[in-house]
Design a protein. Structure first.
Length: 304
């Protein structure tokens, strides 16, 4: 490790002109495993006697991978007209038609003087973005045939880009594996919470029952005219049975758990739609007392 000197303050004293020091380790950054940089490094206006002036663009690729070029990076350059670069792009997309999010090649302009400095500057900027995106796509980097036929790269450069693409794919697959594992763990935790709440709903009194936030139930109707209905939980199981209470205010119902213990009230939120569930919105509410006043708490949503 690398060490630096850190002043140490003496007890009940200010810092001295020549303080004692302690050596504190500095955490070193991990070495770079690979990189690939693409840029347009040079442009040139070509004038001839047989054709109108045109511009050439020099594409430079600087790549490094610790396994294939441990002594340093390697470079590849090619100088082409814009029309030739467009042909290379067309060949690339033809050979790899199913690329995920393929980069867009800069548009070709008509009736425009491409030798103007503003036009050259715009194309350099757009081409740099295009090739930076192109040489970061692992599906391109690991395809040796495409790199050879489209860009006429040498074997050494192709091997380095292949190693970079393979590493990117490995990192991506590892991230997918980790994300899948986290999702599975989260789902198991969610199912455990649901199971615990379900058991409490069937065995505990109302005061101790707490439903998870944003929990939704589905109404499954039977002989509804006789008060036969069930509430299905997010796990697909029957949680509660519904009993219609005609003596209460319209739109309100009581339900009980599978042991027959009355628990919550279902409140119709669409008061102008009558007593039925048809088209109405319902919520599960829980009565509680606050400062001597009887209150209702909205704790879950019911969908039909």
């Amino acid at each position: 490790p690398i060490y630096v000197q850190q002043p140490v303050k003496q007890q009940n004293q200010e810092y001295q002109s020549a303080p004692s020091v302690a050596l504190l380790p500095i955490t070193e950054a991990p070495p770079v495993q690979h990189y690939c940089r693409a840029s347009i490094t040079e442009t040139q206006v070509i004038k001839t006697d047989t054709s109108k002036p045109y511009v050439t663009f020099t594409l430079e690729i600087v790549a490094f991978h610790q396994s294939t070029c441990p002594l340093g990076n390697i470079k590849f350059t090619t100088t082409q007209r814009f029309s030739t670069l467009l042909q290379i792009h067309d060949s690339l997309t033809t050979q790899l038609p199913f690329l995920p999010n393929p980069p867009a090649f800069p548009p070709k302009r008509f009736f425009t003087d491409e030798t103007q400095p503003a036009m050259i500057k715009e194309r350099v900027s757009r081409l740099t973005i295009y090739y930076s995106r192109t040489f970061s796509i692992p599906e391109i980097l690991v395809n040796k045939t495409v790199l050879s036929s489209c860009f006429q790269m040498d074997e050494k450069m192709i091997d380095v880009l292949y190693s970079i693409g393979s590493t990117i794919n490995q990192d991506r697959n590892e991230q997918i594996r980790v994300d899948t594992l986290r999702k599975a763990i989260k789902e198991r935790e969610h199912q455990t919470v649901l199971e615990n709440v379900y058991v409490q709903a069937q065995t505990h009194p109302i005061q101790s029952l707490v439903l998870p936030s944003a929990m939704r139930f589905t109404l499954r109707e039977g002989a509804w005219s006789m008060g036969d209905a069930e509430l299905i939980g997010p796990d697909g199981r029957e949680w509660f049975k519904l009993n219609r209470q005609s003596y209460r205010a319209f739109g309100k119902f009581l339900f009980q758990n599978r042991r027959g213990i009355p628990l919550y009230i279902i409140q119709n939120m669409s008061w102008n739609r009558g007593l039925g569930f048809g088209g109405a919105s319902y919520s599960i509410i829980k009565p509680f007392t606050r400062n001597g006043t009887q209150c209702l708490e909205n704790v879950a949503e019911i969908v039909r």
